[in-house]
Write a protein of this length. Structure first.
Length: 198
């Protein structure tokens, strides 16, 4: 008696097609089947579409992907914490040659060096006696090495003057050319920055 070859059921064929399409997108699920021939056909489809990936590993692969994303998110959180820059620690400036702090309305003249090595000034100064344009000196380690640094500063009456830092650290204040005496009346250091060694 000849044996009639059993063909897969229509439901299995539709399942196999759906599975094939789902594997192309990277995510799929397989329902269990009591028919061993059905399972063999599904395994062959999987092997052809995604070599090395079997029904047994589908769920664990999806879990591994989820775990990987969770790990990445956790790492990003820690990276954000590590990248925070510490606050600036300011050092008072020693004023010389008749120069003094501009008064209680302004911050004390100070400087700080940030994590990138940039020098930041704050406060304001005024000349109480004399005419020497050298209000203070910066430490030698914070002086430019090859040429002086010329910085723009605000002065009395909305004037714009200059703050020159020499290679020896000596600081000289220059008036706005159109406003004689503006530097001695008031020179703001707020927001003035420079990079030593340039």
């Amino acid at each position: 008696m000849s044996r009639i070859k059993q063909l897969p059921s229509p439901a299995l064929v539709i399942s196999a097609i759906a599975l094939t399409l789902a594997v192309g997108g990277g995510t799929f699920a397989i329902a269990s089947s009591d028919n061993s021939q059905d399972v063999r056909i599904v395994k062959r489809v999987l092997s052809a579409r995604a070599p090395g990936l079997t029904v047994a590993h589908a769920k664990s692969a999806d879990s591994a992907s989820t775990a990987e994303h969770a790990s990445t998110a956790d790492s990003a959180t820690h990276a954000d914490s590590a990248d925070r820059i510490p606050p600036l620690s300011f050092t008072p400036i020693t004023l010389i040659n008749g120069w003094a702090a501009a008064g209680a309305s302004f911050r004390t003249p100070e400087y700080a060096v940030d994590a990138q090595g940039v020098v930041h000034f704050e406060g304001a100064i005024t000349q109480t006696t004399g005419t020497n344009p050298n209000p203070f000196d910066m430490p030698a380690a914070l002086a430019p090495t090859t040429a002086h640094i010329n910085l723009v500063v605000d002065q009395s009456g909305g004037a714009t003057g200059r703050l020159l830092i020499g290679t020896n650290g000596a600081v000289t204040v220059f008036d706005d050319p159109d406003h004689a005496g503006a530097a001695g009346q008031f020179t703001a250091l707020e927001g003035v920055t420079y990079v030593p060694g340039n």
